[in-house]
Ligand binder design. Structure first.
Ligand SMILES: [Zn+2]
Ligand SMILES: [Zn+2]
Length: 157
């Protein structure tokens, strides 16, 4: 039981942060591991509106929806579901919209966090194979120069 709606909001917000860690881990060890047959589509040019990799997003969306539908707002799983949905929204907006331009995204950042996020993710896509990629986060981007150096090194050897 959560005592108040405020506790709920706090759980949802914490979930958004935790989800970046979950997404990083899943991206690094599952998508670039046993799930590569699905994720590979995301490291190739897209031929239609969808790609096999979208299955991962749908799985997380289904989990989030199940948590929300199977509990009431007075229970913590509900707020974890809300946090997951929020993370999914940010992921869709920033990863699919801003970085990959899968839908018209008006804002074209010239500096700051958003530009760094775009650059860092393009560095992830510089490697088109299962192994050797860097920068697995979706909302957090490490400093771009360091990433670029690492990926250049890996592509060389
Ligand atoms: Zn990847
Ligand atoms: Zn991507």
């Amino acid at each position: 039981m959560t005592s108040s709606i405020l506790t709920g909001f706090a759980i949802a917000l914490a979930t958004v942060f935790v989800m970046e860690g979950v997404a990083y881990t899943v991206h690094r060890y599952v998508m670039h591991g046993i799930g590569w047959s699905l994720h590979r589509s995301h490291h190739r040019p897209r031929s239609g509106p969808f790609e096999a990799n979208d299955a991962f997003g749908l799985m997380f969306a289904a989990l989030s929806l199940a948590l929300i539908l199977r509990s009431t707002w007075r229970e913590w799983p509900y707020w974890i579901g809300i946090g997951m949905a929020l993370y999914g929204l940010l992921y869709a907006l920033l990863h699919d919209g801003l970085v990959h331009r899968r839908f018209p995204f008006v804002h074209a950042p010239r500096r700051g966090y958003l530009l760094r996020l775009i650059k860092a993710h393009h560095i992830h896509h510089a490697v088109r194979t299962r192994e050797g990629a860097v920068s697995f986060g979706f909302l957090y981007a490490p400093p771009v120069e360091a990433l670029a150096k690492r990926v250049r090194q890996r592509l060389r050897d």
